[in-house]
Design a protein around this ligand. Structure first.
Ligand code: HEM
Length: 512
């Protein structure tokens, strides 16, 4: 994409076909043909500006659109400060990229309205997403079809289901903590280590041991290509060598591997063998034909199962890695909070470092839960959720969104609203406790979206994060080597500290 033609070349490319077409008309002579070609192109460019200005109306945003590409070059290298400036330029603002007119909502009410009005807006999931996740993926369903499909997936995230995931997660956590300790005495960026823990945790929870270690490692490597293609706006055609093209190849590998697991799981469940992962729970549930309330169970085919689990991986991987990176950084930078997490962990485990942590124990981790919520509020992994307008829509009293526009509700301003979260730039888990007011404003906590598409894995991920930081706090000490870049936010699909969280991990004396 960096080889995109510079603007004059692009214009040249636009004029040439018009000119060639005119030259092929025998009765128009050479020079007027060139003049005519130039006038047609100038006319088209003028029309483009008129169309942009008509849609823009009084919204803050560039006065003119850069011909053809709009703000494409900016969108290749988005900066957090650039986003902040946009959000605080007004509750609604706009920009155009290629032929896409984009309306950015930063007010809490307008953002929630976009997320919760399925009649007017549906997830856009970024232009390239249909190519990466496959067009027949359930996440692209809308209305009743989406609701019905999604309802059938709830069984994978019930308390009972999540209780079966806990031991898998703990096994993976222990393995990765050992790895961190084996390399952790030397300060180094830990962001990728956190990502690896999450990837293995997701793969083992979703697919158990049906995938080998080699395949799990390759999926983890391939997945980088998917993350790299998650830019808000991508080059529109998936030409070989583009990020989207690489991401599609990575998806194909993952899909092929997932497809192989399903018949094996089905066979084991039919033989009455124990459930070892989400896939097992799901295949077993489908064999039972009736749910807990006697409702009919939909039987999904292998491709549907595969693509659904692909969306779980897709939805969880980057956001959870981001949350975990911020979690370790923030806890190291706030030793008082870390100490309170530790104290609570000791208490809920009755002082036994090797105690089994089941669902009931997790539910007693009140302060640890508050801490996770504050991490997610203070440094939300997902900043924006792209939607698109299904029809022309009066989004605010002063502005009607044109049909087909991309709509981007943003999350940061709602989570840093001083009226709702006093001293919003202070990391303070107590704001979620009885002395704080944060719980009184659930509408502002849009970390997991809102409306019919709100995050299906939200309880799952909070439990996972509580579990990781809770156990880590007992087994390890870690030091964050803060640099001038630690507080700078970069965006690689989700948010991260610019220096990738330079840490040192050592075993905790009390844990030995
Ligand atoms: C900290 C981690 C996570 C964050 C911040 C997060 C955030 C989000 C957000 C903002 C949305 C869009 C909601 C909307 O359009 O209103 C979403 C959707 C979704 N998330 Fe998460 N998520 C996280 C982890 C997970 C995990 C672990 C899973 C699964 C195991 C998951 C599964 C999903 C699914 C399936 C959707 C699409 C739901 C639908 O379209 O109906 N997420 N998430």
């Amino acid at each position: 994409m960096s080889s995109l033609s510079p603007l004059p070349q692009t214009l040249n490319n636009l004029i040439r076909p018009v000119q060639n077409a005119l030259l092929s008309i025998p009765f128009v002579s050479e020079r007027p043909k060139l003049a005519l070609a130039a006038s047609i192109v100038a006319g088209l460019l003028a029309l483009e500006q008129i169309s942009y200005r008509r849609k823009k109306k009084d919204l803050p945003g560039p006065t003119w659109k850069i011909p053809i590409i709009g703000a494409f070059l900016d969108s290749l290298y988005p900066t957090f400060d650039g986003y902040l400036a946009k959000w605080y330029s007004g509750p609604l603002s706009c920009v155009a990229v290629f032929d896409r007119f984009i309306v950015i909502a930063s007010g809490n009410e307008t953002s929630r309205k976009i997320l919760s009005s399925p009649e007017f807006a549906e997830p856009a999931l970024i232009d390239s997403m249909r190519k990466i996740l496959c067009n027949d993926n359930w996440v692209f369903l809308s209305g009743k079809a989406h609701t019905e499909y999604r309802k059938q997936l709830n069984v994978l995230f019930t308390r009972r289901a999540m209780a079966t995931y806990l031991p898998i997660q703990q096994r993976v956590n222990a393995k990765h903590f050992d790895l961190w300790l084996s390399v952790g005495a030397k300060a180094q960026p830990f962001q990728l280590f956190f990502r690896e823990l999450n990837m293995e945790s997701s793969l083992r929870v979703f697919m158990g041991d049906y995938i080998t270690d080699e395949v799990a490692t390759r999926i983890s490597e391939e997945y980088f290509r998917i993350t790299a293609a998650l830019e808000l706006v991508n080059f529109p055609i998936a030409l070989p060598g583009t990020k989207v093209w690489y991401a599609m190849r990575a998806r194909q590998y993952i899909v092929d591997e997932f497809m192989k697991c399903i018949p094996v799981s089905r066979k084991r469940m039919a033989a009455g063998e124990p459930v070892t992962c989400m896939l097992d729970s799901w295949t077993k549930h489908m064999m039972e034909k009736r749910g807990e309330q006697g409702e009919e169970v939909r039987v999904f085919n292998d491709r549907e199962i595969t693509l659904t689990i692909l969306t779980f991986l897709f939805a969880s991987q980057d956001a959870t890695s981001s949350a975990m990176t911020w979690a370790f950084q923030l806890l190291a930078d706030h030793p008082d909070v870390l100490q309170r997490v530790r104290d609570e962990q000791m208490a809920v485990r009755n002082g036994d470092l090797n105690a089994t942590v089941d669902f009931e124990v997790v539910e007693k981790m009140v302060y640890t839960r508050q801490t996770v919520k504050e991490i997610l509020r203070y440094r939300p992994p997902v900043l924006m959720v792209p939607y698109q307008a299904k029809k022309s829509w009066d989004l605010s009293p002063d502005y009607t969104v044109p049909s087909g526009s991309m709509l981007i509700p943003t999350i940061w301003p709602s989570l840093h609203d001083p009226q709702v979260y006093p001293e919003p730039d202070k990391f303070n888990p107590d704001r979620w406790g009885p002395s704080g007011t944060a719980e009184k404003h659930p509408k502002n906590f849009m970390v997991f979206g809102s409306g019919t598409h709100y995050c299906l894995g939200k309880e799952y991920v909070v439990m996972h994060l509580m579990n990781v930081i809770g156990t880590a706090s007992l087994l390890m000490d870690w030091k964050h080597h803060a640099t001038p870049d630690s507080e700078k936010i970069v965006i690689f699909a989700t948010t991260y500290p610019q220096d990738q969280c330079v840490c040192e991990f050592t075993p905790r004396v009390a844990a030995q």
